[in-house]
Each structure stands twice: as structure tokens, then as C-alpha cells.
Write a protein that binds this ligand. Structure first.
Ligand code: PBG
Length: 329
């Protein structure tokens, strides 16, 4: 009797590109990619961010051009961050209709209309001179409830500027309920909330600090989550959904795929993930050294985040990746 070999041969389904394509479980599409963008007040031209090769702080002109490119790439949305030229303890620029983020939002809505979803970061850290995500109490601690008042005002300023999705990234207790309440009371019942629900106190935000010229001294561990705590991330996800979030997010992505998968298992609303600045910088740096294949590493990283359960991904590669997807579609 001849030897038949293994009875089970999973390799049959990996034999050709066409077969692999047919049995692929996770596919990327431009519509589920969101591009974070930085707009710098007073900049005459785009200013490259050293630690994020390929990403810039935009001037208003370069921002307009980049928006047109983003729309033509077919991505799902843009997430806007403002880099103000003046900061103060209260983060006044966040609620000023002429503050850079609100100005940028109006431009984006004007340029893009409904072509893609214009989203804004709702957090004070870019606007405070101490760099914290909230306002401080007399003892220097971040004052949760006083911060909620600022977030409520910021939500109205952003909604009035035309933001189509408010990204609450400050990790204050009750922020989703507070913002939902003021939006509903002020005629913005149709404006949805993206809650950064499981946001960890991560070293991978490093390059972002350069991107927004953060003045933070110390860390955010009294409000962002401890990297070791998965259960707490799920608790925050459940709370934010109960408070009225329309979408919840896990952030960073790659070091928290377990949290993402658990959140995706239990959530009744969309779960997104943010592939943050440090994740971007690591792959760019390794690729620049010739240590990894840049395109394959980017595609693999984003596909992994989708496979773990993210319905959409915020990534600084959104536009470039969308271009590749169109090539291979
Ligand atoms: C807070 C905010 C941060 C990021 C997005 N929103 C910084 C932080 O929490 O320290 C980081 C994003 C990134 O690293 O790409 N406004």
C-alpha cells in the first residue's frame, strides 16, 4: 500500500494567488480608513514632522490641497488636530470659533462637503499651556468635572464649525454623557460621538507630542489606562456606550489587539482602533533602514488591526494605503 501522507492539507487553499484571494478572510477597503491631519496656526507652508517621516503640520493652503487628495483617495474620513500658536491654562483656543481647529474644520467641511466624514479631536491638550487633556485644580491635579464644562463648550464650538463626528479623546469620567447632553440641548442631536473608550497611557504617542508641539511635563496616568489592564479597557468601553457613544475606540492599536478583540466581541456599536504615531514611526524607521519591507509591513499592520475586530482604522497611512488598494482591486 502506498503512503498517502497527511489526510488534512490546509496548504491546498494557499496554492495560488487566486486561491488565496478567494479564501481571504480579511479585506481592506479605503472607506474604513481615517486619516489624522495636523493643522498649524500661522504656518506659511507645511512643516514636516521629523519623527513621522511623510507627515506634516499643514498650513491652511497645504491642508486644502491634502483634503482634495484625501477625498480622491476614497478614504472614509479625516480626523483633525489643531496646533495653536498661543496656549493658556484653560485651553481657550479650543472654544474660540477662530481657534485653529475650528477654522480648519470649517475649511474641511467647505472643501469636502459630504464626500467623507470630517472628524475633530475633542480634547484640551493641544490648547493648554501645561499640555494636559483637562484643566488643573489648585493642587495641580487634572480636575475632572471642571474639564467636563470645557469639553461641553468645545463640543458646541466644534459642532457649530461643522464637525461631523466628535472624537472625545480626553479620558475624563462622564465626558460622553456630558457632551451628549449639551449637544442634544443645543440642537445638535444629530452629531455623533466617537469615544476613545479604551485609551492607554502609552509611550507610542511619542511622535504625536512633536506633531502638536506638546508642552506636557510628566504623563497622563491619572486619566489614561494602565497598559496592563484589559478588563478596565472593557469597562470603559461599556461605560462609554451606555453614556451614549455612537462609536467606541481602542488606542493604540497594535499593542492592544487583545483589548480590541474583546471590545469587538461585546460591543453593539462600531469599534474602531487608532494606529498611533509611534506605531507609524517604528515601521517607517525600520523601513528607512532597509530592515523591513515598508509596504508589506504597513499592509500587514493594518490588516491585523482589522482582523482583531476594528471596523475602521485611524492610520497616518490611510491615503497611501487607499492608493495601493485601488491598484490591486
Ligand atoms: C489627545 C490625543 C493624543 C493622541 C490623539 N489624541 C495624545 C495623547 O493622548 O497623549 C495621540 C495620537 C498619536 O500618537 O498618533 N488629544
Amino acid at each position: 500500500m502506498t503512503h498517502r501522507g497527511p489526510a488534512v492539507r490546509p496548504r491546498r487553499l494557499r496554492s495560488t494567488p487566486a486561491m488565496r484571494r478567494l479564501v481571504g478572510e480579511t479585506r481592506l477597503h479605503p472607506a474604513e480608513l481615517v486619516l489624522p491631519m495636523f493643522v498649524r496656526e500661522g504656518a506659511a507652508e507645511a512643516v514636516p514632522i521629523t519623527s513621522m517621516p511623510g507627515v506634516s503640520q499643514h498650513s491652511l493652503d497645504s491642508f486644502r490641497r491634502a483634503l482634495v487628495d484625501a477625498a480622491s483617495a476614497g478614504i472614509g474620513g479625516v480626523m483633525l488636530f489643531g496646533v495653536p500658536s498661543v496656549r493658556d491654562a484653560e485651553g481657550s483656543g479650543a472654544t474660540d470659533p477662530d481657534g485653529i481647529l475650528n477654522v480648519a474644520t470649517r475649511i474641511a467641511v467647505q472643501e469636502l462637503g459630504d464626500a467623507l466624514v470630517v472628524q475633530t479631536d475633542l480634547c484640551l491638550d493641544e490648547f493648554t499651556d501645561h499640555g494636559h487633556c483637562g484643566v488643573l485644580a489648585a493642587d495641580g491635579s487634572v480636575d475632572n468635572d471642571a474639564t467636563l464644562e470645557r469639553y461641553r463648550d468645545m463640543a458646541i464650538a466644534q459642532a457649530e464649525s461643522g464637525s461631523q463626528l466628535l472624537g472625545l479623546s480626553g479620558m475624563m469620567d462622564g465626558q460622553v454623557a456630558g457632551v451628549r447632553d449639551v449637544l442634544d440641548g443645543r440642537g445638535f442631536g444629530g452629531t455623533p460621538i466617537l469615544a476613545y473608550a479604551a485609551k492607554y497611557a502609552s509611550a507610542f504617542y511619542g511622535p504625536f507630542r512633536e506633531a502638536v508641539q506638546s508642552t506636557l511635563v510628566g504623563d497622563r496616568r491619572t486619566y489614561q489606562l494602565d497598559p496592563g489592564n484589559a478588563r478596565e479597557g472593557i469597562r470603559e468601553t461599556i461605560l462609554d456606550a451606555a453614556e451614549g457613544a455612537d462609536i467606541v475606540m481602542v488606542k493604540p492599536a497594535m499593542s492592544y489587539l487583545d483589548v480590541l478583540a474583546s471590545a469587538a466581541d461585546i460591543s453593539e456599536i462600531p469599534v474602531w482602533a487608532y494606529q498611533v504615531s509611534g506605531e507609524y514611526a517604528m515601521i517607517e524607521a525600520a523601513a528607512a533602514n532597509g530592515w523591513i519591507d515598508r509596504r508589506r509591513a504597513i499592509e500587514e499592520s493594518v490588516v491585523s488591526i482589522r482582523r482583531a475586530g476594528a471596523d475602521a482604522v485611524l492610520t497616518y497611512w490611510a491615503q497611501e494605503l487607499a492608493g495601493w488598494l485601488r491598484e490591486t482591486a
